[in-house]
Design a protein around this ligand. Structure first.
Ligand code: FAD
Length: 767
């Protein structure tokens, strides 16, 4: 593929007749405000620079170019008018992504990005070169997603560059002087391709088990959708009860308060530092895997990846490989069996955020965006457009990927235009200014995909398996998310029925969120490519089962299982299937090791690494009655009168949720009251506790009455502050109780100054 060329023009026979200089945009020494976009390499052939300025022209990108001789050069730029493919819906002539090329001090007259539905080489006129050493500048004119793949100068007026979408075609490689022979990397014990939660956790687990690991990631950060680039917070629970596979996930996980949250909350640096601390991991950021070599019909011999900034090609060899790309593309290139669901798939999102400022903010009219008014989209409350801004349901999840991302752009900008310039949802503006002071602050240019295809393993887990609670001997990762499938939200779908962009979620039954359903190891390796693992959203499940397993903490735990299985495979020189068939017990022993154990090599004993954090047992947000000592009465078992609403947002909580009652005054009808009745097994003194989580909208003086052998005592509990005892319990005092008698704790919202919050009460014998 590409990067700065020109030297090649002098020494390679292919171009020696004329003087051609090829400059890859991604190889510019300064990208300025342009973003390096590597998402669509497999579709259009290359990384490119994107002017993602939310409507403000981005800072210039510059590089030095050496021309072979003075003279007149014809200029070509590979680009497109990115909205032309939507010309049925928008004014494509308005061409939002316009930019110019400047050579030395001279800008070319031609504005690029104004024509062409597809990527193509666009003629930019001619330029006279007098200085052989010249600065080349990319000048964005709009801030609205202009894009430049490469620039080519030729002295030959008849030269037409090849527009193939092949990755690293020979002509480009030769022009760029990239050696045909890749740099050898390896052999590794295992090569992870894709550094989302799955791949990153997998690489860490493998390294801690003494393996030599390569982690190949085509972006500058780790975490995939869970990075600051996409800003999806990691979900899924990490219950105990099976193996401590969540330790590494919990070490890596973000600190996001909402999704999308701030850059810092996604802790890119932390993730990179955790990986950097693993001496056994060779991390290849900015490397896109684009080709697989086979050593036999059923075996991967090597994976080729190139540096998305320099074009340098690396050839990775390993005992095993793990496809953690999310897209399953390594498996597809290797000839692995796969299935792509042919119904309504879950789509891709480019979330966005806005803020209110203290002065008026302009936003231009955008005739090239979707012509939306407030009937076309939900109000982006709390300053962000969240997960349900999603499209691509019936588009091809690989071939149409760039078009899906771009459709999200025209929808997002169309909605913002409606808020800013058409008065949409003016009444909802928190500042009451009809969004005059509103400013777009962020929009993901990297799309967050959810569903591409499933590589098939020895088990293809289905929703029915989960409903039937089918047990597999190799159950390894507890999935806890409900079966969550997405569909276009009907309310907004009729304007663009061919391409809706707002979704709704439909949750199926069957997953026990508190205990989790164990996904078998056999979903994590290919059934027909002997040395291929997979982890993350491209594992061996049906479309419906993907609805539960696709969340990132679950994917991270799959990575951990794969990392440990790779250790068993490397030790016994066997395949992932061989691990299941012949060494399952040994895999289980490794799965039992907490995340801070380390082996010097696969044959040595695992020992605690004092430099690693002991993550302790995973704390579940749900506390089960059975795990609490003494007598426990949950709100579900209390006698309730009056109006109580249910809640489950504040954690931890006991069993399924808690209840809330609004304040009422003396004399009100139906005073909300909860009576928790209990008996003690033996006469004695017992401590009584109640459970809740503090919140500012709770009452600071909730009346709680304990009836005991001592009589009745009423306390006023401040529920704005979380209780100090374990699991969120609050001590109500020690009381005398006699066996066989009925006692109670009664909680009301009479005279409170906020919600009364009830969950469980606990009665503990005192010694
Ligand atoms: C808007 C949105 C909301 C969501 N909500 C949640 C939520 O609340 N919580 C949750 O946990 N999940 C959520 N999900 C789902 C979740 O984000 C994905 O299912 C999850 O990211 C899959 O993880 P992964 O590791 O398999 O893949 P990814 O996170 O996609 O990571 C794969 C990585 O591989 C890299 N890669 C791909 N191809 C190559 C290649 N050829 N060479 C090198 N590198 C490559 C990619 O750049 C990427 O960084 C949501 C998704 C979206 C889009």
């Amino acid at each position: 593929m590409r990067r700065i060329s020109l030297l090649a023009a002098l020494c390679l026979p292919l171009v020696s007749q004329a003087r051609e200089v090829l400059v890859e945009a991604e190889s510019f020494t300064r990208h300025g405000g342009w973003s390096l976009d590597t998402q669509f390499i497999d579709i259009m052939g290359s990384p490119y620079l994107l002017a993602h300025g939310l409507g403000e022209a981005v800072e210039n990108a510059t590089t030095q170019v050496t021309f072979p001789e003075k003279g007149e050069y014809h200029v070509w730029v590979r680009t497109l008018n990115w909205v032309e493919k939507f010309s049925d819906h928008v004014n494509a002539l308005a061409a939002p992504g316009r930019f110019q090329i400047q050579v030395g001090d001279t800008p070319l007259d031609h504005e690029f990005g104004t024509e062409g539905r597809e990527w193509h080489w666009e003629k930019g006129g001619t330029i006279r070169i007098e200085n052989l050493e010249t600065t080349l500048t990319l000048r964005d004119l709009t801030g609205f997603e202009g894009r430049c793949d490469a620039i080519l100068f030729s002295t030959n007026p008849d030269f037409v560059p090849d527009n193939s979408s092949e990755v690293l075609p020979t002509w480009r490689r030769e022009m760029l002087g990239i050696p045909a022979e890749p740099i050898a990397e390896g052999p590794y014990d295992v090569v992870f391709i894709g550094g989302g939660y799955a791949g990153t956790c997998g690489a860490i687990a493998a390294a801690r088990m003494g393996l030599k690991v390569a982690l190949v990631q085509n972006r500058s950060v780790l975490g995939g959708n869970g990075s600051s680039e996409v800003k999806v917070w990691a979900q899924g629970l990490t219950p105990g009860g099976l193996y401590p596979t969540s330790d590494i996930v919990r070490q890596l996980e973000d600190d996001a308060k909402k999704s999308p949250g701030t850059d810092e909350e996604f802790e890119d640096e932390k993730k990179l530092a955790i990986v950097a601390a693993e001496k056994n991991i060779s991390l290849f950021l900015h490397h896109h895997a684009y080709e697989v070599e086979k050593s036999s019909e059923t075996t991967i011999g090597a994976v080729l990846a190139f540096d998305t900034r320099t074009g340098a090609i690396r050839r990775f060899t390993g005992h095993t490989y793990c496809d953690s790309t999310g897209h399953g593309t390594i498996g597809v290139m290797a000839g692995a069996d796969y299935e792509m669901f042919d119904g309504v798939r879950m789509g891709m999102s480019n979330m966005w955020s806005w803020e209110n400022t203290d002065k008026e903010q302009e936003f231009p009219n955008v005739p090239w965006a979707l012509p939306l008014d407030e009937s076309g989209f939900p109000y982006p409350r709390r300053f962000h457009a969240e997960w349900f801004w999603e499209s691509g349901f019936e588009k091809h999840p690989l071939d149409d990927l760039e078009a899906i991302r771009d459709w999200n752009f025209v929808a997002n900008y169309g909605a913002w235009n409606a808020l800013k310039n058409k008065g949409a949802y003016g009444r909802n503006d928190p500042a009451g200014l009809e969004h005059r002071n509103g400013r777009l602050t962020w929009m993901a240019y990297i799309g967050g995909p959810r569903e591409t295809l499933q590589l098939l393993g020895d088990v293809v887990l289905s929703e029915q398996d989960i409903l039937d609670k089918k047990t597999f001997p190799d159950g390894a990762v507890l999935t806890t998310w409900g079966v969550d499938l997405h569909y276009p939200r009907e309310q907004y779908a009729d304007k663009f029925p061919d391409n809706p962009f707002i979704s709704r979620a439909e949750f199926g039954e069957g997953v026990d969120r508190r205990r989790g359903y164990p996904v078998p190891y056999r979903c994590f390796y290919s059934r027909n490519i002997d040395n291929l693992f997979m982890a993350g959203r491209n594992i061996s499940v049906t479309h419906e089962a993907l609805g539960t397993v696709r969340v990132m903490k679950t994917g991270g735990m799959m990575g951990v299982v794969v990392g440990k299985a790779a250790a068993v495979a490397a030790k016994h020189k066997t395949t992932p299937r061989g691990v299941y068939e012949n060494h399952l017990a040994e895999l289980v022993e490794l799965l039992k090791l907490p995340g801070h154990y380390r082996k010097a090599d696969v044959n040595s004993e695992a020992v605690i690494d004092p430099n690693l954090p002991d993550m302790g047992e995973a704390v579940m947000p749900w506390i089960l009655k059975k795990d609490l000592s003494g007598i426990v009465v949950d709100d579900a078992d209390a006698k309730l009168t009056g109006r109580w609403s249910s809640g489950a947002g504040l954690k931890p909580l006991v069993e399924d949720g808690y209840r809330l009652a609004s304040p009422v005054k003396q004399g009100a009808k139906d005073i909300p009251t909860a009576v928790y009745s209990f008996q003690v097994p033996e006469d004695g003194r017992y401590e009584v506790r109640m459970n809740f989580q503090g919140h500012e909208n709770r009452s600071s003086k909730t009346p709680v009455t304990v009836s005991s052998s001592d009589g009745e005592k009423t306390l006023h509990v401040n529920q704005q502050i979380s209780p100090p005892l374990q699991h969120g319990f609050y001590g109500l005092g020690v009381y005398e109780f006699q066996a066989g008698e009925e006692y109670s704790v009664t909680i009301t919202s009479l005279g409170t100054d906020g919600y009364a919050h009830i969950d469980a009460i606990q009665v503990l014998e005192t010694k």
